[in-house]
Design a protein around this ligand. Structure first.
Ligand code: NOJ
Length: 732
């Protein structure tokens, strides 16, 4: 009896202790509760000052971007929503996080963000190149590598993917996006978001994505960065918003507001885009972060008279977090007290930011395990993904007399400013990548081809020093084939890197002209972050291979293609104009009132040099007849279009079937053709594959009006595959 009494006493005491302990842990720290409950509880404990702190982002670490330049920073408050983290490993970040967790009243973890645009340390091809792979799964694999390396360095949030549609290659930031087409970019947008974030943000190696730059930044006038854009509501909806909507539907946790003025209302103070469209129409429950200093720039843009007014416009328009300029920190409290910013708006923004922190599991796992480099960066499996991404993104533009692939035993002269270069193959925004990680074309080729490669630089990227020409011609004369590596330096594209012409500097064109005189077949390799004006290059070369800025495995991938180990399968995702003067030139333009021979340029052809979707292979693909399961149907029906493609050459290859539709007459006129679906498949030599496109009329044939409403009109449509055009009719 005594014993039972004693045991019950112990049990009762234990239960009370447990209950007490539970009581002392506030609900927001209890992971068994829902995120919503935890956010409500935490916010009920926060002062206005603590709330506002969550809406600010500072930087931590040394940053070299001229526009972002900052050292770290002792003045960083421990109570802060987020930091842009410029670090190679997690140590500095953990030290800062400790301050937030242990030295602040509520212990709210900091969210660490960084521009992991095409890799963290394992730099893979620039996004423009990835788009040219037409392989969103592969882009996703690359994003997974980036997420893993970033996560291990303490980053929870990447400012990627950049899904701006760009049709003016003078704009240097064309390099950062997936090209000119809304559909292709939408597919890559969704694939990147899913790859970065995984199914559950709280799991290791999943990081939050950020769709940017919301919205219309790519429409920058004359290709100049940061300048205003003129975008009608119609164009906003049919061209610039779809890639963002696709990313939001894929679950993107955040978006970044853009620098550009959108027809009078800057992106970072635009209530229509950030609140009415994003949050109300699409129901986005994440948050919008400003681009760097975008809030204070509202003053320069001629909207706000000072920083305080800028903060007011931005937050009231729906911009939740201020990047770097500290204007929310400085002015929001006063703005709320003066009744100029509703408290509900502040609460809404704070709720959004805290929700992401809970979803990421930061309250439970605020710190990052500090691992040695050899366990987290440049891992063999990551390099393998980077190599495949480089291989699949390269586009063979020309191949006269089958100069490529190179034949075994051929003596190769490797010439040009990019031949032994490592740094410029990285491209812009290379995270924490390093030039020494990059396999140069020279190294890749000498290792892969197993034959001696003779080399001469010939000239630099620009300038007028021709003193190296003669040596280059000598080297060319002694070879069987010349591989001439031309292109751009990495800083010629990316942010704040516009060019008035997209031709290469004339010194490079002149080098080509000299080399041609040696009378040997010339293969031109192009490494660049935009489409180029090849008027004087393409006709002079026997073969042209666009390698973009291919990242660390670039040289090895080039060797794989040149030697024929890999059959090129990239296709252009941007139009290559005939000359810069054709810009803007893109495939999905609307029809002219006078077709045929009128309205054309008098001095140059009016068609581009290489069109969207173009790209050669070492094999040949024969397309059978495109068939449809029904040529008359209703809006509720689904019809299937099919085409069988045969690899009639001698090399295995990957072919991408591109399905376009055309609606020739519509109450809102539509582009001449619109990409609606694509699929890339390996077809072994001699084999065939039947590609299918199931058409859902509302999804694939409808159009959108300037209010964002989709409509579907009865009548004739065409399915276009290569040079075939098949009529289908949507019945009344
Ligand atoms: C400015 C750039 O426009 C943006 O893309 C980038 O994410 C931020 N700086 C942060 O570095």
């Amino acid at each position: 009896m005594k014993r039972i009494f004693f045991l019950s006493l112990i049990l009762a005491l234990a239960l009370t202790a447990d209950a007490k302990k539970k009581q002392s842990v506030p609900p927001y720290k209890d992971p068994s509760l829902s995120v919503e409950t935890r956010v409500v509880d935490l916010m009920s404990r926060m002062t206005l000052h603590e709330k506002i702190a969550q809406l600010n982002q500072y930087t931590l670490g040394r940053n070299d971007n001229v526009n972002n330049i900052d050292e770290v920073v002792s003045k960083i408050p421990s109570e802060v929503g987020s930091l842009i983290y410029f670090g190679d490993g997690a140590d500095l970040r953990n030290a800062m996080q400790k301050k937030a967790m242990e030295e602040t009243r509520l212990g709210i973890p900091i969210l660490f963000g960084f521009d992991v645009i095409h890799g963290f340390r394992t730099v893979y091809p620039i996004p423009l190149a990835l788009g040219a792979s037409w392989n969103p799964e592969l882009a996703g694999e690359a994003c997974r590598v980036a997420a893993q390396e970033a996560y291990d360095a303490g980053i929870n949030w990447t400012f990627s993917p950049m899904v701006d549609i760009a049709r003016d290659a003078r704009w240097g930031r064309i390099a950062e996006g997936y090209g000119e087409d809304p559909y292709l970019t939408s597919v890559f947008s969704a694939a990147s978001v899913k790859a970065y974030q995984g199914d559950d943000l709280s799991q290791p190696y999943n990081i939050a994505a950020c769709l940017k730059h919301y919205v219309g930044y790519g429409a920058s006038e004359a290709g100049r960065d940061y300048v205003p854009t003129e975008i009608s509501r119609q164009t906003l909806w049919d061209t610039y918003l779809p890639s963002f909507e696709a990313g939001v539907r894929a679950g993107a946790a955040t978006l970044m507001s853009s620098f550009n003025n959108i027809s009078g209302i800057p992106g970072s103070a635009n209530h229509y885009t950030m609140t009415e469209v994003l949050k109300e129409k699409w129901g986005h429950d994440g948050f919008v972060v400003a681009d760097w200093n975008a809030v204070v720039q509202l003053v320069n843009q001629g909207m706000a008279k000072d920083g305080k007014e800028a903060a007011m416009y931005a937050i009231n328009a729906g911009l939740d977090m201020d990047m770097v300029d500290n204007l929310y920190m400085e002015h929001l409290e006063a703005l709320v007290n003066e009744g100029k910013v509703p408290m509900e708006r502040v609460n809404d923004a704070v709720r959004r930011v805290l929700t992401l922190k809970f979803r990421l599991g930061l309250f439970e796992n605020p710190y990052t395990e500090e691992k040695p480099e050899n366990e987290r960066i440049l891992l063999p499996a990551s390099l393998e993904v980077a190599e495949r991404a480089a291989l699949e993104s390269m586009v063979l533009l020309k191949n006269e007399n089958n100069v490529l692939p190179l034949k075994s035993g051929q003596k190769i002269a490797l010439i040009g400013p990019l031949a032994r270069n490592q740094e410029d193959l990285l491209g812009s925004w290379f995270g924490r990548g390093r030039a020494e990680d990059v396999i140069s074309i020279f190294d890749g080729l000498s290792e892969e081809s197993g034959i001696a490669v003779s080399y001469a630089a010939g000239c630099d990227f620009d300038g007028d020093d021709k003193s190296g020409f003669q040596e280059a011609v000598n080297v060319a004369s002694q070879a069987d084939v010349v591989v001439l590596c031309l292109g751009e330096k990495r800083k010629w594209s990316g942010e704040n890197a516009s060019r008035s012409t997209i031709a290469l500097p004339s010194i490079q064109e002149e080098l080509l002209a000299e080399i041609v005189k040696a009378g040997k077949p010339v293969v031109v390799l192009l490494s660049n972050g935009r489409s180029l004006d090849l008027t004087r290059i393409s006709p002079a070369a026997d073969a042209v291979l666009e390698i973009w800025q291919p990242g660390v495995m670039g040289g090895k991938a080039v060797a794989g293609i040149l030697t024929g180990k890999y059959n090129p399968s990239g296709r252009l995702n941007v139009t290559f104009p005939y000359t810069t003067g054709q810009i803007p030139v893109y495939y999905n333009h609307r029809e002219s009132g006078r077709r045929g021979s009128q309205g054309l340029y008098q001095d140059i052809p009016s068609t581009p040099m290489y069109e969207f979707g173009y790209g050669l292979s070492y094999t040949t693909y024969d397309y059978g007849e495109v068939t449809v399961s029904a040529d008359r149907f209703t809006a509720e029906d689904r019809i299937t279009a099919k085409v069988t493609v045969t690899n009639s050459g001698e090399m295995d290859g990957k072919e991408t079937v591109q399905w376009y539709i055309c609606d020739p007459y519509s109450t809102i006129t539509r582009p001449v053709k619109e990409l609606k679906f694509f699929e890339k498949k390996l077809i072994p030599a001699g084999d065939s594959h039947t590609f299918e496109f199931e058409i859902d009329p509302m999804r694939d044939l409808s159009f959108v009006n300037g209010e964002g409403e989709r409509f579907l009109e009865p009548g004739d449509y065409y399915i276009i595959v290569k040079d075939q055009k098949v009529k289908i009719t949507l019945a009344d």
